[in-house]
Ligand binder design. Structure first.
Ligand code: PAN
Ligand code: ZN
Length: 187
């Protein structure tokens, strides 16, 4: 039997065909993500911030893999660039690969002691995200930031820790330049 093919357009970072699942996040559902909540609430709640296209051919089984592409749109809430929610993996020891496809930005990486660093993301950049490391993409450019990803299908996503505690760094526009600023943990 001839199976429908899945196509990954490696220039545009577009994934189509069989077993592709798409999901998107709009500003209205990103409460508590950006520092300036008031500014966010004044913006269009339907404004898309990012979209993920994922190839799921095995489900969340042990030993499986997921392949995805994240498209983070250009934009800012106040002076803070559009970014993903960010997460630890539910299974903390699960690692992940990211690679830059198009656009410019940063990958924020934070370990469980809240030590945070940023890696520059650009077309061709490769990023190994070790286990026990929270990760978030930030688009500091004027076009979409498109980033490929591959991770264990049983990794799961823990969003609640980041929702509660945040990252210890934010990326903001200071005098037209992306700048990392410390963010103290909420009490
Ligand atoms: C990525 C992320 C994607 C969206 O596929 O899920 O960039 O970010 P959030 O999941 O933080 O909203 C990944 O890291 N998967 O494990
Ligand atoms: Zn992940």
């Amino acid at each position: 039997m001839l199976q429908e093919t899945t196509i990954f357009d490696s220039l545009l970072g577009k994934l189509t065909g069989e077993n592709v699942v798409r999901s998107s996040r709009v500003l209205g559902e990103l409460s508590g993500v950006f520092l300036n909540e008031e500014e966010r609430s004044l913006m269009d709640p339907e404004q898309m911030v990012y979209e993920v296209q994922m190839h799921d051919s095995c489900g969340e089984v042990e030993g499986g893999l997921f392949f995805g592409v994240s498209h983070v749109l250009p934009g800012k809430v106040g002076n803070e660039y559009f970014m993903t929610k960010g997460h630890y993996h539910q299974k903390r020891n699960c690692a992940e690969y990211y690679w830059g496809i198009s656009g410019d930005g940063f990958l924020l990486l934070m370990d469980e002691s809240r030590e945070c660093r940023a890696e520059k993301v650009f077309p061709g950049s490769l990023h190994f995200i070790a286990g026990h490391t929270a990760h978030r993409l930030v688009n500091t450019g004027e076009t979409r930031l498109v980033v490929g990803a591959c991770w264990p299908s049983d990794a799961g996503h823990d969003y609640s820790t980041i929702q509660k505690e945040g990252f210890s760094m934010r990326v903001v526009d200071q005098d037209g330049k992306p700048t990392l600023v410390p963010q103290f943990a909420p009490k």
